[in-house]
Ligand binder design. Structure first.
Ligand code: XMP
Length: 319
């Protein structure tokens, strides 16, 4: 893509001009945006960049391993990998309010990140994968109470005591452009094509209290759902697809025994920027097969439902 190749060259020049010989820290979230930002910055300034990946224990199944191996082994980008899952799950114990979950995770994330980045001596800059829609949403959120719908912790979430200057090379881009840029930088199409994933992760896909067991049930069910979507060739037609583990138990039968387990909701939407969205019209057989597999293979779920709410009036996430 000619335009994106030009953007890349310009962005690299801008990063070099801004950063000079300074050291940059980049928080990797596991998502496309921060990954593309990191690879772009690494191409611009090499090992002046150190990435920090905080594993909250709230990622999709296998995703942390994937990110760590991509950056460490494939790109050889200096990476600090912190397993903070005990810390996060501990702090979330007994928390069920969605905004409290976000604040708890956001605050802890900054604490852990700050502690790790303070070990990188002489760092002056902090890189973030902020996109254009993030910029507008947080500006409008400051404009009035109606816009304060959810506190997105990846914009403006910097505490004052972290006196780092921001490097945000993706600020002018939309999601689809970031994907093109990612491929321009050599990231695999499957990787850059991954659905967006929220900062608070699976915490906001488990309404009510979060436990390690619930996270595991959700990870397993979610992995089956995505596998079936990919098998059906539908992954790229969908903006986001994910499962939500409901704190509701219903009765079922398994063999000749009665079961009493949780309901799992499946969500899939189409969208261009996440601001509005339509529910995805699945072929029934894909949903049916997914439901059967989840109920047979994941202990703790005995009923699967599909969410047919668009945004507005719904939001994409359930919390
Ligand atoms: P909603 O649920 O508000 O989601 O329709 C719109 C888009 O934003 C993502 N999302 C978040 N991303 N931190 C994030 O980084 C959050 O707290 C958060 N809440 C929602 C959501 O996945 C969708 O892409």
């Amino acid at each position: 893509d000619w335009t994106m190749a030009a953007f890349k060259t310009e962005a690299i020049a801008r990063i070099r001009a801004q950063v000079g010989k300074g050291k940059v820290i980049c928080g990797l979230s596991g998502g496309v945006d921060s990954s593309v930002a990191a690879v772009l910055i690494h191409e611009a300034i090499g090992d002046q960049l150190t990435c920090v990946y905080v594993d909250t224990g709230l990622m999709r199944k296998g995703e942390s391993e994937q990110v760590v191996s991509l950056f460490k082994n494939h790109y050889n980008i200096p990476l600090i990998h912190v397993d903070a899952s005990d810390l996060f799950l501990g702090a979330l114990e007994g928390v069920s309010d969605p905004e409290t979950k976000r604040k708890t995770i956001g605050k802890l994330f900054i604490d852990v990140f700050d502690e790790e980045s303070s070990k990188i001596e002489g760092a002056e800059f902090l890189a973030q994968g902020t996109l254009y829609p993030d910029v507008i949403e947080s500006v409008s959120a400051k404009g009035g109470p109606s816009a304060v719908i959810k506190s997105h912790h990846n914009v403006g979430g910097l505490p004052d005591y972290m006196k780092l200057k921001l490097v945000e090379p993706l600020r002018e881009l939309f999601k689809d452009e970031v994907r093109v840029l990612g491929q321009e930088l050599g990231l695999h199409a499957d990787f850059v094509g991954r659905h967006p994933f929220p900062g608070p992760g699976l915490a906001i896909r488990i309404p009510g209290e979060i436990t390690r067991e619930k996270v595991q049930v959700l990870q397993d069910a979610d992995a089956i759902y995505l596998e079936e979507i990919r098998k059906a060739g539908l992954y790229d037609k969908i903006w986001q697809a994910f499962a939500v583990l409901l704190p509701v138990k219903t009765v079922g039968v398994m063999g000749d025994a009665r079961t009493y387990e949780n309901v799992l909701a499946l969500r899939a939407v189409t969208s261009t920027d996440g601001m509005t969205a339509d529910f995805f019209e699945f072929p029934w057989d894909v949903l049916g097969k997914t439901a059967t597999r989840i109920i047979n293979e994941v202990r703790g779920v005995n009923r699967v439902v599909y969410d047919v709410t668009s945004k507005p009036p719904g939001t994409i996430e359930w919390e």
